[in-house]
Design a protein. Sequence first.
Length: 276
Amino acid sequence: MNFNKFTYAYSRHGIIGFFNVLLGKIGLKKRLTTPIDKVIFKLAEHVEKLSQNIIQSGVYSDTYIEVNKKWSMHDTSSKLLGLYEKEVQDQIYQIQNSANKKNYFVNIGAGEGFHLIGTLKKNFFEFGIAYEIDNSARELLKKNMRKNDIVKFELLKKAETNFLEDKIFINKKLEKCLFLIDVEGDEFKILHKENIEKLKNSVLIIEIHDFVESPEQLLENLTKFFNLHEFTTGSRDLSKIKILDIFHDYEKWLMAQEGRPKKMMWVVCVPKKLNS
């Protein structure tokens, strides 16, 4: 068992943080809440009612999404407001409006489908492939797909270390795929040297969970085939989201947050041959 998450959670949130990690490790969905959690959850309920589950701004605006609250309610508001992982949204948009445009979107750790459905709704890709380990998230993803009238996708369970051998890739050339990988630390397992070499002609966007494992070796392996661009969460403009006009300033910023334990890092990997 990896004890880094326990240590980190305890250092940030004390005994509540420690027990929340423990609950997750033994497979329970229940989490202990703090007073600030309760405020965030109440605000999320208001945003759901006001938005009617329609994303209010950003690249995925006007997309219907029901957020998987069994995973977390901390990011419900930011997803419905269109602010969630805005930098990732922008990266996908830029890639799909460039000479490096891809045909297929492979979302490993798709959750309820925020990125997958948002991109397919906007016709960024011809076809979507989702990997999601959680049963409730998969069911919600399928519901969200139906609500948005999206049929060109394949839903799979866990991405194993040999996932590139899955049947779905037989007729999908890897060089025509954009991979978004957010697997809570399992990026260090599935992106081993053999898979990285197989993916050398794909474009990758990876969320790096450096509190689970040091990313140095992974990044070193990636640099053999890719040019890397690192980015993190930037600023947010709340002034143009009309449903926020009735809320206090502190409430707006609680709705904009994404419930992250620390400043996170993503890396975009572009094949070196594309820049040669």
